[in-house]
Design a protein around this ligand. Sequence first.
Ligand SMILES: [Zn+2]
Ligand SMILES: [Zn+2]
Length: 292
Amino acid sequence: MEKYVDAFVNSFLGSVEWTWKSIIFEVPWYTNYFWGLTVISLVVWILEISFPWRKEQSIFRRDFWLDGFYMYFNFFLFAIAISGFYKLLGVLFKDVGISSKSLTIIDLSSIPVWGQLLIFFIILDFVQWFTHVLLHKYPFLWKFHKVHHSVKEMGFAAHLRYHWMENIIYKPLKTLGVMVLGGFEPEQAYIVHFIAIAIGHLNHANIKITWGPLKYIFNNPVMHLYHHAYVLPKGSYGVNFGISLSLWDYIFKTNYIPEDSGTIKLGFPGDEKFPQDFFHQNIYGFGKKNQD
Ligand SMILES: [Zn+2]
Ligand SMILES: [Zn+2]
């Protein structure tokens, strides 16, 4: 028992310490997600200000600060809160004989680094695309995902406006993805993580980018804006589920971009009754009366 308590406490304290060390620049720069996220945010924000798609949209758009708070909450505060719990799970699984190497299908260690990173990026992105589809398909998951879709004016920080339960829902499938790859992230996985943050920020930014013919591979602001459309095609529970890659939507025919004015109404039917503040948005998903 003591072993489990120790694992929990040490991991929790380790995360607190790591985050603090990141803030005061005492970790290697390439593992500094605190300042990495901040720099990427500033760069994309400057691009939004310089080349706005919706010219009438304010630089400090609606919910700018709320989304900014979500960004740091989801990336750091929540990560600290949950780290001990995940460590505990890892120890428990190990004790019953399941380790992160139990499911290895592709042995990454035998291929060159760039190949490892590419495979890691593609598998992780597919797993997230699939999870995202589930978030839309099942009402009990959609209740939590509504937080992300309650954005009414789109800007880069909306990327990380999501309910902390999403971290928990995504985790098992992401872990499974890593297990298939031999149970470890490539040493340089930070490159993949930073690229994913940058693409995610751009997807939500008020900038018109389509990547030309590469739009069939990479997700982009025009495509993702339609993911947030208030009015969906008849009979559909969602379109353009892509995270970093648009590829999966084209393969599985969930792509939908009827036009590119950038001025469509965002949200979902009933969002006028959706809570506006952080606290109530976070308890909404647990309420019984919100099963619609
Ligand atoms: Zn969604
Ligand atoms: Zn989004």
